[in-house]
Design a binder for this molecule. Structure first.
Ligand SMILES: O=c1ccn([C@H]2C[C@H](O)[C@@H](CO)O2)c(=O)[nH]1
Ligand SMILES: [Zn+2]
Length: 136
């Protein structure tokens, strides 16, 4: 499974997106080190903030199967530039992806921008930061 195939898979699961409110469909596919793949699409809700993004669905599907060894992630939307993951997703991704893990963001024309987790969310908050408390 190469980068283009992962992007293609993300484009196809994008068709399952449940987006009656925004009409903005997003697809994601994550390749595990084992070779397994988990896909996700965004799923909206009448209570708008309960909506979950495609990236988080894909990651959470892997986690729920006990899989933590992420290799690379692809995210696709029908945009004029590669779709940038939202801030909430960046925080969730940073919990599970290594700093040097690649995230391919793309549109349907395969304009791809690949960034590492560290580039996507620099200076991010991790569990280890809670061990750095100084005065209490
Ligand atoms: O990277 C992104 C950006 C947005 N969305 C979804 C959330 C919502 O359903 C719609 C509009 O924000 O797009 C994603 O799934 N991933
Ligand atoms: Zn998001």
């Amino acid at each position: 499974m190469n980068k283009s195939q992962l992007i293609e898979l993300a484009s196809s699961v994008r068709n399952s997106a449940y987006t009656p409110y925004s009409k903005f469909k997003v697809g994601a596919a994550v390749l595990m080190k084992s070779g397994k793949i988990y896909t996700g699409c965004n799923i909206e809700n009448a209570a708008y903030p309960v909506t979950i993004c495609a990236e988080r669905v894909a990651i959470f599907k892997a986690i729920s199967e006990g899989e933590y060894d992420f290799d690379q992630l692809a995210v696709v939307a029908d945009t004029d530039r590669p779709v940038p993951p939202c801030g909430s997703c960046r925080q969730v991704l940073s919990e599970f992806l290594h700093a040097d893990t690649f995230i391919h963001t793309s549109n349907l024309e395969h304009d791809v921008k690949t960034v590492t987790m560290e580039e996507l969310l620099p200076f991010s908050f991790h569990a280890s930061d809670m061990n750095r408390t100084k005065n209490d």
